[in-house]
Design a protein around this ligand. Structure first.
Ligand code: PGA
Length: 229
């Protein structure tokens, strides 16, 4: 299975010029690396301004609106994301659960709405319970289209990545539920020094990267290291 590396820019950078620059340096740096699928998830407002790499959104509205539109001030529908060329959407990131009070029931609805619009969801979880509750009522066939990202809260943005052993155990526990073919990423303080171990030793298919994805040199270094595994 091809490795998958997802950049989660979060609420960065703070203007379009910087966003375009970061994107183009990454694009150039990756060059012809074929062994890794690279996805960039910038803030919504930059999505339609960046070209040449696979794009993902960081969130979407939970309701599957008829024709993707309706009276929901401030929301972005999965339909709209698909329309501007997004392939992926991050759902249930711990920062959304924490600061915006997203519940597993909302996450579950978002997954269904994303799937109904042919977006590939990246479901972020930090426990088996969140996997089970997030996927409730979704058919086995549809679950196969969902990427799971194991992101232990203590490791996000702290510089303290999860131990390889603990991450590997969680990876295997999720596979026990979803099957051997499940696409599972690790996220949380990934850098160019630890990236390879999460792929090679903990056997994740790929990585979800926050902080290090804002440093193009470091991000490209991670991609190149993973491409050698
Ligand atoms: P981090 O963030 O790489 O900065 O720890 C990961 C994430 O929040 O997805």
């Amino acid at each position: 299975m091809k490795h998958l590396i997802v950049a989660n820019w979060k609420c960065n950078p703070n203007n379009l010029v910087k966003a375009k620059k970061l994107f183009s340096v990454v694009k150039k740096g990756i060059g012809v690396v074929k062994e890794v699928e690279v996805v960039v998830c910038p803030p919504f407002v930059y999505l339609s301004k960046l070209f040449g790499l696979t794009l993902g959104a960081q969130n979407c509205f939970w309701k599957n609106l008829p024709a993707g539109r309706g009276a929901f001030t401030g929301e972005i529908s999965p339909f709209m994301l698909k329309d501007i060329g997004c392939k992926y959407v991050i759902i249930g990131h711990s920062e959304r659960r924490r600061y915006f009070k997203e519940t597993c029931a909302m996450v579950n609805k978002k997954l269904k709405a994303a799937l109904a619009n042919n977006l590939k969801p990246i479901l972020c979880i930090d426990s088996i319970n969140q996997v089970k509750r997030g996927l409730k009522g979704i058919s086995k066939k549809e679950i196969k289209k969902i990427v799971i990202a194991y992101e232990p809260i203590f490791a996000i943005g702290t510089g303290k990545a999860c131990s390889i052993n603990k991450a590997k155990k969680m990876n295997f526990s999720i596979r026990k539920i979803l099957g051997e073919q499940a696409a599972i990423l690790y996220g949380g303080s990934v850098n160019s020094k630890n990236a390879k171990d999460f792929i090679k030793k903990a056997q994740f298919q790929g990585l979800l990267i926050g902080g290090a994805s804002l440093n193009p040199k470091e991000f490209v270094k991670i991609i190149k290291k993973v491409s050698q595994v």
